[in-house]
Design a protein around this ligand. Sequence first.
Ligand code: FBP
Length: 262
Amino acid sequence: MLPHADDAISRDGKSLILAYDHGLEHGPVDFDPNPATADPERLFELATHDAVTALAVQKGVAEAYYPEYADNVNLLLKLNGTSNLWMGEPDSPVNCTAEYAAELGADAVGFTLYGGSNHEVEMAEEFRRAQEGAREHDMGVVMWSYPRGQGVKNDTSPDTISYAARLGLELGADVVKVKYPGSPEAMAETVRMAGPTKVVMSGGTMRDDEAFLRNVANAIDAGATGLAVGRNVFQRDDPERILDALEAVVFQEVDPAEALAI
Ligand code: FBP
């Protein structure tokens, strides 16, 4: 990683990446809890919230919607991604080059690596191309580091998650996005293994606002620099309200209960 490479998608060194690649990764079912979110425009509007430091989308969504929001939203372009229709060993086809991401105005690129999959070797080689392409165009690199597949017994164990974070450092990511390893102690070890690569916590679906914010606060106390979140924001009835609270927790380090009362 290079110093400051992720500045364009950070605020005071912290990040709140709004992830919106679910239409590809999971399909329309993810929009059911809040049907308005099937319209990418709704997410671009949410991404103008002060709390959001970048919006992560696939190429097609960026082509269609980003030009209108280029002045108000930082673009994190996912370069690979796969649909939920694929039933084979975890893999993620490359859908976009770093060069085209730069042409679209991306501030950073995102890339999923499934360490432990039978496709890890090819994916690592594809990541190399993406990472070096991003360097040529001064874009930050965010790795979605999700060990899974035949080589992985437990994809959320502390050892697996700290290894996932370490892959981010070893392969040259500026920011590595990992699942929460279950405890603040395990998160602290994950952050230690990532060295100068920043660690952001990945989302999931938690319906209890305070419990969700408490996990975020614990991760930050343990040294994570923020989160990359999708469903925990856009599936809520009032996504703006949780973004207000996240802004207080992530950037002002306000206690979660207090943040919800603001
Ligand atoms: P959520 O916050 O909604 O969990 O999204 C984070 C994310 O990494 C998305 O970018 C991606 O679409 C999804 O999770 C992939 O999740 P999985 O592969 O675990 O189903």
